[in-house]
Design a protein around this ligand. Structure first.
Ligand SMILES: [Zn+2]
Length: 278
């Protein structure tokens, strides 16, 4: 029970989330924040096997069979996705193992009779846990101290940790807890992924798999390589209205052929380029 500080009520989802993520960070710290996935899996006696389920959409699976903990990993093209999936599946086992199974037991109680809800809660927790394991907090902090809350930090974090731009974008937004729409696209305007965070913005999903019109500032503004550009722009939405004008910070990584953009209410004040003005 060491991760739950109260005994007078059953923990809610947010209590379980915070407690589990703390336990994951403690677990990782005790192993010097290793990025050696196989070493951790070995220590936990988890057997890693290649998945042959070629038609299933899942890139990995975690389960226990006859007492043996197992992770199945599909061979996917992107090494970055594979490593994230591996930590994600390991997180499912950690969810059972850490704190002697408290997390799973409390979640089972909370979601009793609603297995779909239960599974989607655990999925979300394991995505967050994988992000912590792949991008430890002290690494995220050192990147943002250098580059602020900016698309450049996404590029740097990805290069330092091997996380994808999608994963690094989510990790950075959650860590800094800044209301924003994050958009990952190709320089030609094809939106590949997006993430929404915060009270108001969290309700509106940008979506993915659509192309921006060529007049959008993300396409019409000049970009300098690896420099954050700032301009006003409407938040793009897949098939939705575009009336929401917002402040936008965007940068291009030409080597990777990717643009990352953050739509925010206000430009963050922790960025170095602003501080150095004074
Ligand atoms: Zn999962």
């Amino acid at each position: 029970m060491e991760y739950f500080e109260f005994y007078d009520r059953d923990p809610g989802l947010q209590d379980i989330r915070i407690a589990f993520l703390n336990a994951v960070e403690d677990f990782h710290e005790k192993r010097d924040f290793t990025s050696n996935f196989l070493q951790v899996a070995n220590e936990l006696e988890i057997s890693i096997r290649a998945s042959c389920e070629e038609d299933s959409g899942e890139e990995g699976r975690a389960f226990t069979l006859n007492g043996q903990r197992i992770i199945l990993l599909k061979s996917v093209r992107s090494a970055k996705r594979r490593v994230f999936t591996a930590w994600h599946e390991l997180s499912h086992h950690l969810f059972e193992i850490l704190s002697d199974g408290d997390f799973r037991a409390f979640l089972d109680d909370l979601t009793y009779g609603h297995p779909d809800w239960r599974n989607s809660c655990e999925e979300e927790l394991c995505f967050e846990s994988a992000a912590l394991l792949l991008m430890p907090t002290h690494v995220v902090n050192s990147v943002t101290e250098e580059n602020g809350f900016s698309p450049i930090s996404v590029f740097v974090l990805s290069k330092k940790t091997g996380a994808s731009y999608s994963a690094a974008m989510r990790r950075l937004i959650r860590r800094k807890s800044i209301d924003s729409h994050g958009v990952l696209m190709r320089p030609d305007g094809q939106v590949l992924d997006s993430f929404q965070y915060g009270g108001k913005r969290g309700k509106y999903c940008v979506g993915s798999g659509f192309k921006l019109e060529s007049s959008h500032p993300l396409l019409s503004s000049p970009f300098h390589p690896l420099k954050t550009e700032r301009f006003a722009a409407s938040v793009p939405f897949k098939g939705g209205n575009r009336k929401w004008m917002s402040k936008c910070m965007a940068a291009v990584d030409q080597e990777e052929d990717r643009v990352v953009a953050f739509f925010v209410d206000d430009y963050p004040v922790d960025n170095k380029d602003q501080l150095s003005l004074f």
